[in-house]
Design a protein around this ligand. Structure first.
Ligand code: GRF
Length: 216
């Protein structure tokens, strides 16, 4: 069966990109990375993609008169690489409705909180300030509103009293790297359906999602 072709969009260090690269190297993994796009020059994620032998394209948003013009070029490049699914992985640009019109239910994102709690930036600082006992990460279908859209998979981690934003970010990031490939696999296997704005996963791997404490 043909593998789902991913267009991964990044703006930075690309550790989630790396998790997708590693997953796609598995022979049985049902997706492959068709191209990696960065809107920022010189970021480490682009080096990771090159090291993996993947096509990379840098499209600096600053040179464009409007968001729509920038996004038209994103779409052109994604189409040119035969992309089926756009995976935002630390891509720090807001996308307008016109981009989504080209990619209906074909854009996903990873966010370092248990959405719909804590959309936006400085997530871990805000989780600590609120005194939350748990946080986590979410892979979701993207919508034009920031960090909104049907949830595909989440993982939860405890918040420790001794945590700093950095220690909490590291604990959450390890889970991000686990659930992003999982969500892509479920999508590639056709196991994710939308019921309105709710995503239903056929036969999710409960043991893998580890949302339930096995000792509990
Ligand atoms: C991750 O925490 C992701 O959830 C958020 O931005 C960060 C990107 O990190 N959207 P990386 O570039 O994948 O290492």
């Amino acid at each position: 069966m043909a593998r789902l072709r991913l267009g991964v969009m990044i703006s930075g260090r690309g550790s989630n990109l790396q998790a997708l690269i590693d997953a796609c190297q598995g022979l049985a993994f049902p997706a492959e990375i068709a191209c990696v796009i960065s809107n920022v020059r010189g970021v480490y994620g682009i080096e990771r993609a090159r090291a993996a032998g993947l096509p990379t394209v840098v499209i600096p948003h600053k040179g464009y008169p409007s968001r729509e013009a920038f996004e038209a070029d994103l779409t052109r490049v994604l189409y040119a690489h035969g992309v089926d699914l756009v995976c935002n992985a630390g891509f720090m640009r807001i996308l307008t409705p016109s981009f989504f019109e080209h990619w209906p239910d074909r854009v996903i994102n990873i966010h370092p909180s248990l959405l719909p709690a804590f959309p936006g930036l400085k997530t871990h600082e805000r989780v600590l300030a609120a005194g939350c006992r748990f946080t986590g990460c979410t892979v979701h279908f993207s919508r034009p509103e920031v960090d909104a859209g049907p949830i595909i998979v989440q993982a939860a981690v405890p918040v420790l009293q001794s945590d700093t934003p950095e220690t909490l970010a590291a604990r959450v990031l390890a889970e991000e790297h686990r659930i992003y490939p999982m969500a892509v696999r479920w999508l590639a296997e056709g196991r994710v359906q939308l019921d309105g704005e709710r995503a239903i996963v056929a036969e999710p791997d409960i043991a893998e999602t580890a949302l339930i404490n096995p000792a509990g």
